[in-house]
Design a protein around this ligand. Structure first.
Ligand SMILES: Cc1ncc(COP(=O)(O)O)c(C=O)c1O
Length: 390
């Protein structure tokens, strides 16, 4: 079946040069970037630099911690922020826990207004604050997205924090962070944004977004591996935080080894914890640097075009797409209704087409290196597999 959306020219970068740097593309069609992006020559080489250093020198903490700082810096530039406002974490779960452990839920301001679009880990961290007095109130998901009006009716003077992911992992729906932040700030509440499903797919300006916290790991659209995540904290907010989840890298000078003194690093570094993830930092730095070189504006234009190809191609094949499909309010991820999604994912993987099943849907998540042909191939295979299903 032919492509439906053909108005977009090729991306402004050299797509075949980009593709030649991702070995997996020789054998696979990876459209599972909402789960795990593929390895590229730069991330592989970066991991190799660490392995070589460890093998050759035994240890070189100056260089290794230098690379953690380089990754912190690269993340800051990805979200147009200052490096002093970025903490290095091990996962979004840990970033969220660190933020939660800094908040006081013991008074009347003890509500957490969280969208039902949060990834479960974020919701679980908020629920775990119940024993400190917190009460979680869920903003409903309606037709695969959320409504700003629902936030307006639920956020009040009892709200300590509003948790609104940027992209919904199930449908790709993008929440309107600025509008939500305005509502929250009018009531004196903080705003926590998990941007794991959107960073790397389009430009994102954390300071301008209105959020107070922006967290993300790197293994999805940022081309990285598990084990490292970043947390941006709005300047001025960090200095009031005393996280009970802490560690020696959150001190002013970790290498003072001052056991009995709990001082706090300036800025977001006070949300660092223990020895940072090093090999992960090498990989994260390389992945994000490549995205920066290509340009997030150009990536955003191409991925949103491919997202439209997914939606229109699915519909042309009689499939149903979950959630709002207006490209202005969605990440490139498209969720296609599919009973038996997990089995379909396996069946497509056996044909070297990588998609990602969640519940009763198969997600196609194209990235900057994918082509319209990739999308067509995956949709044809999906249609064939679905019609084969008993
Ligand atoms: C939006 C979102 N947040 C968080 C996570 C998980 O975060 P972590 O495993 O780093 O805690 C995922 C998926 O793995 C996700 O899609």
């Amino acid at each position: 079946m032919g492509a439906i959306v053909r108005a977009m020219p090729l991306p402004t970068y050299d797509l075949s040069a980009v593709r030649s740097r991702i070995p997996l593309l020789r054998t696979h069609v990876p459209l599972n970037n909402c789960s795990q992006a593929p390895q590229c020559d730069a991330t592989r080489a970066a991991a190799g630099v660490f392995l070589e250093s460890w093998n050759r020198d035994g240890m070189d903490w100056d260089a290794w911690l230098g690379e953690v700082e380089a990754a912190r810096d690269e993340f800051a530039s990805l979200i147009r922020a200052d490096v002093s406002d970025v903490a290095v974490c091990s996962s979004v779960s840990q970033a969220t826990s660190s933020v939660a452990s800094s908040l006081d839920f013991s008074g009347t301001r003890h509500h957490i207004v969280a969208s039902a679009a949060e990834f479960p880990t974020v919701g679980h961290v908020w629920l775990a604050q119940a024993r400190f007095g917190a009460e979680v109130r869920w903003v409903p998901v309606r037709d695969g997205g959320t409504l700003v009006e629902d936030y307006a009716s639920m956020v009040d003077e009892r709200t300590a924090v509003v948790s609104a992911c940027h992209g919904y992992y199930q449908t790709g729906f993008k929440q309107d962070v600025s509008a939500i932040a305005e509502i929250a700030h009018q009531q004196g509440a903080l705003v926590y944004v998990d941007a794991y499903q959107t960073l790397g797919t389009a430009p994102f300006d954390a300071p301008a977004s209105g959020a107070d916290f922006v967290a993300s790991g790197t293994l999805k659209f940022l081309l990285g591996v598990p084990g490292i995540a970043f947390l941006w904290v709005r300047p001025g907010v960090a200095s009031n935080l005393l996280p009970s989840i802490t560690g020696w890298f959150a001190r002013r000078d970790p290498f003072a080894f001052d056991l009995q003194r709990l001082d706090w690093a300036d800025g977001a570094r006070r949300l660092d914890t223990g020895t940072p993830p090093v090999i992960e930092a090498y990989v994260a730095h390389a992945g994000m640097a490549w995205l920066r070189e290509i340009g997030l504006g150009a990536i955003g234009a191409w991925t949103s075009h491919l997202g439209r190809c997914c939606v229109e191609g699915a519909r042309a094949r009689g499939m149903s797409v979950l959630g709002p499909t207006d490209s202005a309010c969605r990440a490139p991820t498209t969720a296609i209704v599919c009973e038996n999604a997990a089995a379909v994912e396996v069946s497509l993987r056996n044909r070297h087409i990588l998609v990602s099943a969640r519940g009763q849907a198969v997600r196609l998540a194209p990235h900057f290196y994918n082509t319209e042909e990739d999308v067509e191939l995956a949709l044809d295979a999906l249609a064939a597999t679905m019609s084969d299903a008993p």
